[in-house]
Design a protein around this ligand. Structure first.
Ligand SMILES: *[C@@H]1O[C@H](CO)[C@@H](O)[C@H](O)[C@H]1NC(C)=O
Length: 396
């Protein structure tokens, strides 16, 4: 009797275990919508298992998210298969320009008084702010506030987890079982984009509608990281400018896209937390086959030549992240590091693409016309490479 009951229970238990397994299994049969995706060079599979995420559309149908993320790409993208560059995107909604409310985040904590609410919706160039007092850091090694003395301004700049570093392919640890890196919302358009000359770089901060802020996940990341801003580091000529050095090669420019951990409510809250930030670094290579515009957004740089100036890019002229970096499908390095400007907070997981983006000579000249507070040209705004100490660099 007892045995019979036991067997019965055993069968019931198995049925309970098997049922969800069977229904889960069906998820794997969702077709890979490969034909929908225009490709640039070799592609990696976009079928994720634990990572397939679905979205209910209006009719209650479930469809994989990645279907909606790829806009048409112009024919010019096939010019060179060794490089990625983003194609133009189609505009998909129209709203009015906001009154602006995104707080403005600065890395240079000595100038925190400049963290004011966003500008009003007025178009065009805002008046330059009065130069802030306090100690300014400099990129010039001959200055007393040059890179080797940054630790005097901000002690963490002398730490053992500093960035940038030299990356080299042969010594990085190759990660075999990788989850795909995904930039969700890369084609979303912001309400407006605030472009600033902050004295050290040209910085693009997006103003988002609720729920539209893109985020990155996968790869080395355990949680979602929301996009905050991007800015650049560049040189006075094409032989230098990038902060990271890849296999002893320095690129003429490097883009940094800054993200903050979704566990925290804002960039400000996240930046002091050990897992607070992610910065995606992308190198640029000069594209010299023709001198037309590849990166149409560079035309806005002329609006912030004056130090401390701000320019609001109105909705009609905004561009999604996809237009700046294209698909997130490159091999990359990852390591634990820091912000590359004071206060050099050691809270950054770095993701540095091994595949450069392209920029024309004409476009990079727009960067080299920007001016600093001292009145000089803003260029060579890159920090020297830092010691690796006890860190490992991973290659994905
Ligand atoms: C590029 O600029 C650096 C720093 O100003 C300089 O040392 C170097 O000679 C320049 N190289 C060329 C090819 O102009």
């Amino acid at each position: 009797m007892r045995l019979a009951r036991c067997v019965q229970q055993w069968i019931l238990l198995n049925t309970l275990i098997l049922l969800p397994w069977v229904s889960c299994n069906k998820l794997d049969t969702i077709p890979d919508s490969g034909e929908d995706l225009p490709r640039l060079g070799a592609r990696r599979s976009v079928s994720f298992r634990e990572d397939v995420h679905h979205e209910e559309d209006g009719e209650g149908l479930v469809r994989p998210l990645y279907r909606q993320r790829v806009p048409p790409i112009s024919s010019t993208t096939s010019v060179n298969r060794d490089f990625y560059f983003p194609g133009p995107t189609t505009r998909r909604r129209v709203t009015t320009v906001p009154t602006g409310s995104n707080p403005d985040f600065y890395f240079d904590y000595l100038r925190d008084e400049s963290r004011q609410p966003g500008r009003s919706s007025g178009a065009g160039r805002d008046r330059p702010r009065a130069a802030a007092g306090g100690t300014e850091f400099s990129y010039n090694e001959k200055d007393k506030n040059g890179p080797t003395n940054w630790y005097r301004i901000a002690p963490q700049c002398g730490g053992r987890y500093q960035s940038p570093i030299m990356l080299n392919t042969s010594s990085a640890m190759y990660v075999r079982n990788k989850r795909p890196l995904q930039l969700v919302g890369q084609t979303n358009l912001p309400q407006a984009i605030r472009l600033q000359n902050d004295g050290h770089s040209a910085k693009f901060t997006y103003v988002w509608n609720e729920g539209d802020r893109p985020y990155i996940r996968g790869g080395p990341l355990k949680t979602k990281y929301f996009f905050e801003q991007f800015h650049f580091h560049w040189g006075s000529n094409d032989t230098l400018g990038s902060e990271h050095v890849l296999d002893y090669h320095r690129f003429p420019m490097e883009l940094h896209l800054v993200f903050y951990n979704g566990l925290y409510s804002s960039f400000e809250d996240a930046r002091n937390e050990v897992d607070g930030l992610v910065v995606v670094g992308m190198f640029y290579e000069i594209y010299d086959r023709f001198n037309e515009q590849l990166n149409t957004w560079t035309r806005f740089l002329q609006e912030v030549i004056t130090p401390e100036s701000t320019f609001t890019i109105q909705f009609i002229d905004t561009f999604p992240l996809y237009e700046v970096i294209g698909d997130v499908e490159w091999p990359y390095f990852s390591y634990e590091g820091s912000l590359t400007t004071p206060p050099c907070l050691e809270t950054v997981t770095w993701i540095v693409s091994a595949k450069p983006l392209l920029i024309t000579a004409k476009e990079i000249r727009e960067f080299r016309r920007i001016r600093t507070r001292s009145g000089g040209l803003m260029m060579n705004n890159f920090r020297p490479v830092q010691k690796l100490y006890n860190r490992r660099v991973f290659r994905y």
